[in-house]
Design a binder for this molecule. Structure first.
Ligand SMILES: [Fe+2]
Ligand SMILES: [Fe+2]
Length: 177
């Protein structure tokens, strides 16, 4: 009888622990602090990419580039969705999403850019997408099976970045011809 009571108390204690930890359970294999810090770099990258595409959207409107501005806007919105998913995952892991504008550029893998012509802008976007594809692929390999939820999210984000890189590459050949 005493053993049974002890078991119930142990189960309740473990359940309470899990509730306090949210989505993270005792079976979580990865180094949580490391994952949070890597995800904060991804969050910075996605935020910088959102800002860059938004600035390109407004600049492309200035140079009368029909169709192209819509593509920039669509990418800006998708980068914002990525940033939101990553921020949400950071909180699920018990971390704090770092959206502090101070140091944002140095935390990001990709650059904000300085291009003013359409050609320069598209080149910058293509470079930023290729960097994102490379670093996210690394992160996915690193997560392996230790944190399948974060890995799946990164795989889905990676697929969109590959599409973005394709879009920018074909845009580049359209402007370049
Ligand atoms: Fe993105
Ligand atoms: Fe992208």
């Amino acid at each position: 009888m005493n053993t049974f009571k002890a078991d119930i108390e142990e189960i309740r204690r473990r359940a309470m622990e899990k509730i306090e930890e949210g989505a993270v359970t005792a079976s979580y294999q990865a180094d949580r602090e490391r994952v949070i810090s890597v995800l904060n770099e991804v969050l910075a990258t996605e935020t910088v990419c959102t800002l860059r595409y938004r600035s390109h959207y407004f600049m492309a409107r200035g140079v009368h580039a029909p169709g192209i501005e819509d593509e920039f806007l669509e990418h800006a919105q998708q980068e914002q969705e990525h940033a939101d998913r990553v921020a949400k995952r950071i909180t699920e892991l018990g971390g704090t999403p770092n959206l502090n504008p101070e140091g944002l550029a140095s935390r990001a893998h990709a650059e904000y850019g300085t291009g003013e012509s359409l050609l320069e802008m598209v080149k910058e976007d293509l470079i930023a997408e290729r960097i994102a594809v490379a670093t996210y692929s690394e992160i996915i390999r690193w997560l392996a099976n230790d944190d399948p939820t974060t890995r799946r999210m990164m795989e889905e984000i990676l697929a969109t970045e590959e599409e973005h890189a394709d879009d920018m590459a074909s845009l580049l050949s359209r402007i370049h011809h």
